[in-house]
Design a protein around this ligand. Structure first.
Ligand SMILES: C[S@@+](CC[C@H](N)C(=O)[O-])C[C@H]1O[C@@H](n2cnc3c(N)ncnc32)[C@H](O)[C@@H]1O
Length: 240
């Protein structure tokens, strides 16, 4: 089922709201009392947030661009991407958690997201991060990576994928609410196989996929190696 989301008009932010509305095709409403809207995008102090009108328990969802401090490439994610790589496409960027970490490791990152509401939140977070630093190299693109990869001029060293986890052993009740909402917005990413195939054709050194331990590798026949963590596994597909 499609979730209805609208942008709340805010005095002082009219041009920004118009721009988000036209880029992401999200309608604008002037007040919160519209019963057909389930979630609202609201901008406050420059931060775009997803809120649930009338709910006091709902914690707003927004992009946490967080610290700018440099991170070592010796972390699990850095080892998976590879210490010598320079350019990374995060082709399933979501709210940018991994893209921000990668850019803080000094990679030059292009973050691609296709779901309009998530992409609007991500773009806002990236712009806020870039305002605070001219050292971070983080670009953004609102598109479906399966199509966009081949329009890019240069292959990146690494393509990083983190599609929605397949439904696991935990019941959906146990999954945190913001994650459930993002999953409702983005869907199950059941086309992850075709994204992996496109990525294998386009990356110049490696494709990395984040997977939960319980899930099978997406393409066992091409798998080169895995970097194992306590909570996740990074499957590596080396380009020969
Ligand atoms: C699990 S989330 C990614 C979380 C992210 N790594 C983070 O750290 O915040 C997966 C995201 O990938 C996006 N996605 C899946 N397939 C995509 C595609 N082909 N092109 C662009 N975005 C895609 C989904 O819309 C969803 O927002």
């Amino acid at each position: 089922m499609k979730i209805s989301v609208a942008l709340l008009q805010r005095p002082g932010y009219e041009p920004q709201i118009e721009q988000i509305s036209s880029k992401y095709q999200i309608p604008i409403v002037v007040n919160q009392q519209n019963s057909s809207i389930r979630f609202l995008l609201d901008i406050e102090d420059g931060i775009l947030k997803l809120i649930e009108p009338g709910s006091v328990r709902f914690r707003p969802i927004y992009c946490h661009s967080g610290s700018l401090q440099r991170i070592s490439r010796r972390t699990l994610l850095g080892r998976a991407v590879g210490r010598k790589a320079q350019t990374v496409i995060d082709a399933t960027a979501g709210l940018g958690g991994d893209a921000f970490l990668l850019s803080r490791m000094g990679y030059s990152v292009l973050a691609i997201e296709r779901q309009p509401v998530i992409a609007a939140l991500l773009e806002n977070g990236i712009l806020r991060m870039l305002e605070r630093s001219d050292r971070i190299k983080l670009d953004f693109c609102f598109a479906d990576s399966r199509m966009t990869l081949f329009d890019l001029n240069e292959s990146p060293d690494v393509i990083y994928l983190d599609p929605m986890y397949p439904a696991g052993r935990k019941s959906s009740v146990a999954v945190a609410r913001p994650i459930r909402i993002l999953r409702e917005l983005a869907g199950e990413d059941s086309d992850a196989d075709s994204l992996l195939n496109a990525s294998l054709k386009f990356a110049s050194k490696r494709v990395v996929i984040k997977r939960p331990h319980f899930a099978e590798p997406l393409r066992r026949d091409q798998l080169s190696d895995s970097v194992m963590g306590k909570l996740v596994r990074y499957d590596l597909y080396q380009i020969t």
